[in-house]
Design a protein around this ligand. Structure first.
Ligand code: 13P
Length: 246
C-alpha cells in the first residue's frame, strides 16, 4: 500500500520569522494525522534550519527546492546534496517548471540532479508537466513521457516521487480536473515502470480541491505551492479526507 505524500513548495517565500510563525500555528493542527500519509515542506534554503528546529518531533520531512549535481566547486549560487543532508534534508525537488523556464534547465541536468540526490540519500521529487500550448496541440503524453524517460535514466524508481504539475495549472487558480490528473498520474506510473512509485499532482491545489484529488486511485499526494504558505490551509490539506473505499 503506497503512503500518500503531501508536500508544500514555498518557492521564494518565507523569512525565518515567518517560518517560526507558520510552525507555531501548523504544529498542533497536524498532531493527529493518520499514519497513511507523510508531510514534506520545501522552504527556501535560508529557512531550512528554522523549520527543521520548529517542527522537530512532528515527523514532517524537510525538502530542498533544488540541488546541484557536483559535490563542491565554482558554482555561484548553487547548493550541494551534502550541504543539504547536513541540515537533515531528506527530499529535494528537481525539474520544477520554474527553473526549467527561467534558468533553462534541461532534462539532462535534471537527471544529474536526481541521480546525485539519490547518491546522497535524498529522495528526488521529479516534476513533469505540459504547457497550455502543448496540451492544446495534443502533445501532453509525448512531452511527459520524454521528461520521464530522460529525467529518470539510471534513477532508482524505488526511492523516488514524481509530481505531475501541468504548467497551465500552476499559480493560475485552475486546478486540473481530478479525473484528468488521475489519468496522467496513472500513465506516469506506467512509464516509470514501478508500481510503488509515489505520483503526486500539483497545480493550484487548495483546501477546496484536495479531497476530490486524493479520492482518485492514482494520485498519491500533492505538491502545493501558494496554499502551503498558509499554515491553517496547508494543515487542512494535510488532513484531507477521502470516503472509505469499499
Ligand atoms: P501552486 O499550488 O501555487 O499552483 O504551485 C504549484 C507548484 O508549482 C508546486 O510546486
Amino acid at each position: 500500500m503506497r503512503k500518500s505524500v503531501i508536500a508544500g513548495n514555498w518557492k521564494m517565500h518565507m523569512t525565518c520569522a515567518e517560518t517560526r510563525a507558520f510552525a507555531a500555528t501548523f504544529r498542533p493542527l497536524i498532531a493527529e494525522l493518520p499514519d497513511d500519509r507523510e508531510v514534506v515542506i520545501a522552504p527556501p534554503f535560508t529557512a531550512i534550519p528554522t523549520l527543521s528546529r520548529h517542527l522537530a518531533g512532528t515527523g514532517v520531512a524537510i525538502a530542498a527546492q533544488n540541488v546541484h549535481w557536483d559535490e563542491k566547486g565554482a558554482y555561484t549560487g548553487m547548493i550541494s546534496a551534502t550541504m543539504l543532508a547536513e541540515h537533515g534534508v531528506s527530499h529535494t525537488i528537481v525539474g520544477h517548471s520554474e527553473p526549467r523556464k527561467y534558468f533553462c534547465e534541461s532534462d539532462e541536468q535534471i537527471n544529474l540532479r536526481a541521480r546525485t540526490a539519490q547518491r546522497h540519500g535524498l529522495i528526488p521529487i521529479l516534476c513533469v508537466g505540459e504547457s497550455l500550448d502543448q496540451r492544446e496541440a495534443g502533445e501532453t503524453e509525448r512531452v511527459i513521457h520524454r521528461q520521464i524517460e530522460q529525467g529518470l535514466e539510471d534513477v532508482d524508481p524505488g526511492q523516488l516521487i514524481v509530481a505531475y504539475e501541468p504548467i497551465w495549472a500552476i499559480g493560475t487558480g485552475k486546478t486540473c480536473p481530478a479525473q484528468e490528473a488521475n489519468r496522467v498520474c496513472a500513465l506516469i506510473r506506467g512509464w516509470v515502470g514501478h508500481g510503488d512509485v509515489i505520483v503526486q499532482y500539483g497545480g493550484s491545489v487548495n483546501p477546496a480541491t484536495i479531497d476530490d484529488l486524493m479520492a482518485q486511485s492514482d494520485i498519491d499526494g500533492v505538491l502545493v505551492g501558494g496554499a502551503s504558505l498558509d499554515a491553517e490551509g496547508f494543515a487542512r490539506i494535510a488532513n484531507y479526507q477521502v470516503p472509505a473505499r469499499v
